[in-house]
Design a protein around this ligand. Sequence first.
Ligand SMILES: NC(=O)c1ccc[n+]([C@@H]2O[C@H](COP(=O)([O-])OP(=O)(O)OC[C@H]3O[C@@H](n4cnc5c(N)ncnc54)[C@H](OP(=O)(O)O)[C@@H]3O)[C@@H](O)[C@H]2O)c1
Length: 240
Amino acid sequence: MLEDNLPTMMKALVTTGKGGCGCLIKVHSVAQNPTDWKTVALRREEGNIIGCDFSGVVVKMGREVPSELRFIGERVAGIVHGAFCSITLSLPDSWSFEHGAQLGVACFTACQCLYQYLHLPTPLGIPESVPEEFILVWSGATSTGQYVIQFAKLSGLRIITTCSPRNFDLVKSLGAELVFDYADSYTFKHILTATQGRLTMAVPKSFGESGGNLAALLPIKSHIPSVKTEWHFLNLSCLC
Ligand SMILES: NC(=O)c1ccc[n+]([C@@H]2O[C@H](COP(=O)([O-])OP(=O)(O)OC[C@H]3O[C@@H](n4cnc5c(N)ncnc54)[C@H](OP(=O)(O)O)[C@@H]3O)[C@@H](O)[C@H]2O)c1
């Protein structure tokens, strides 16, 4: 995989943070994301790191890392995103390294879409009575979609999602109430009917006349003026 002028793959050791604030982590497991190949294909910049999600063990700590925050030998999971920012979480003993490694990009992206962009109540702060509102999770069987379904459900929403028929049972088991095949050209009509045109959080074609908010993971834009589209990009800097 390594060639001249290509970004480097995530190594066996990952440095999180900078200088004295950083930790050196011996990587045990990694999870792959579409951004890994997209960075190779689209962003060939010197110093870029391929690979974001990892779990492992802290082997060295910077002088400024508080001992109550991290310790040598601690099992951790985290994300490195580009060369600039990283997040590391303590991994409970009951979690395997493999499970820990997938807590990164998909999980954080789902949380940021739901709670920072759509401003839904977090599962920890749900008001006593939650309006029974639908959210459409397009392509709910993706890694990100599976997190969005589960968090949105915990936030009290009713979930409509799309995926291939082979994944219908999977997304239902995660909390989806209605599931349609994204490849079926009648899916938009089915969604409009099911929501009686009152959907406010979804993809453009399924919105009712009053429009709504679309949190997109890829750069698309709605041509319907009442539908506000935001290309959501995982942003770790606001969490570091
Ligand atoms: N902007 C950001 O910060 C950000 C962050 C994370 C991800 N993303 C982007 O979001 C997308 C999903 O990422 P992910 O890691 O969650 O994906 P993933 O887990 O790799 O998604 C795989 C699934 O995509 C579904 N799929 C394939 N072709 C599709 C199509 N034409 N229409 C709808 N679904 C289709 C398939 O579902 P079925 O098996 O049901 O067919 C497949 O199982 C990627 O493009 C990724 O680059 C962006």
